[in-house]
Ligand binder design. Structure first.
Ligand SMILES: [Zn+2]
Length: 56
């Protein structure tokens, strides 16, 4: 079971650098390795806002 729809994940990008995101299921986050940041996923809805990102 994924955090977000796999088809949705394919089209999502980091709001800061536009690179693809990867799921961190245990933490309910989508992570950007390039930025070393993770974005929260709230009830299946990714919150892709730079000011909501946390460092990873
Ligand atoms: Zn990024």
């Amino acid at each position: 079971m994924s955090l977000v729809d796999p088809e949705l994940l394919k089209i999502l990008a980091c709001p800061a650098c536009k690179k693809p995101l990867e799921e961190r299921e245990a933490r309910k986050q989508l992570a950007c390795r390039a930025c070393a940041k993770a974005y929260p996923v709230d009830d299946g809805i990714p919150i892709l806002l730079v000011d909501r990102a946390v460092a990873i």
